[in-house]
Design a protein around this ligand. Structure first.
Ligand code: FES
Ligand code: FES
Length: 176
């Protein structure tokens, strides 16, 4: 039996650990050890992008990284993007603009889009298409996906232009 090594990562804000074989891929750590099955496996050969997650702020294909390489990293999967009650703007954009059909590719597409929008909240259509280069969708058609990303970017810009509420801010004079 192959020797196992400890891996500790922060996933969607929570510390998680496991003992893994050196050959285990990050996508299998997420799905099989941590039960985060929103990250999909479409090809296992780094072609489709269905397994895309955020790793230390960068969108990466989790089938191309060994779990032990991710030791100490901060990971966000699609489960950490938003919640059923409070959708993330990217999820809202895909919902409102019909950016998915079967949904198989969608978690990976959304995480690739997240990588783009974290760096650029006003991407051009060409920049969106370039960011989607590594993710393959076989049923929606990219036109709808591009529109969904444009809408998500609009929603993020709107959110960021909202004035910060001072209701709960403690000023120096309030401190006793
Ligand atoms: S499963 Fe990772 S790129 Fe296809
Ligand atoms: S929504 Fe079906 S493969 Fe993309």
């Amino acid at each position: 039996m192959a020797k196992k090594y400890p891996v500790q990562v922060k996933v969607n804000g929570k510390m998680k650990s496991a003992e893994v074989e050196p050959r285990l891929l990050l996508v299998h750590l997420l799905r099989d050890e941590f039960d985060l099955t929103g990250t999909h496996i479409g090809c296992d050969t780094s072609q489709c992008g269905a397994c895309t997650v955020m790793l230390d702020g960068m969108a990466v294909k989790s089938c191309t990284i060994l779990a032990i390489q991710a030791d100490g990293a901060e990971i966000t999967t699609v489960e950490g993007l938003g919640s059923r009650e409070e959708l993330h703007p990217i999820q809202q954009g895909f919902w409102e603009k019909h950016g998915l059909q079967c949904g198989f590719c969608t978690p990976g597409v959304m995480m690739a889009v997240n990588g783009l929008l974290q760096e650029n909240i006003n991407p051009s259509e060409a920049e969106i298409r370039e960011a989607l280069d590594g993710v393959i969708c076989r049923c929606t058609g990219y036109q709808f996906i591009v529109k969904a990303v444009q809408h998500a970017a609009e929603l993020i810009r709107e959110q960021q232009s909202q004035p910060v509420s001072l209701e709960n801010v403690t000023t120096r004079g309030d401190v006793s």
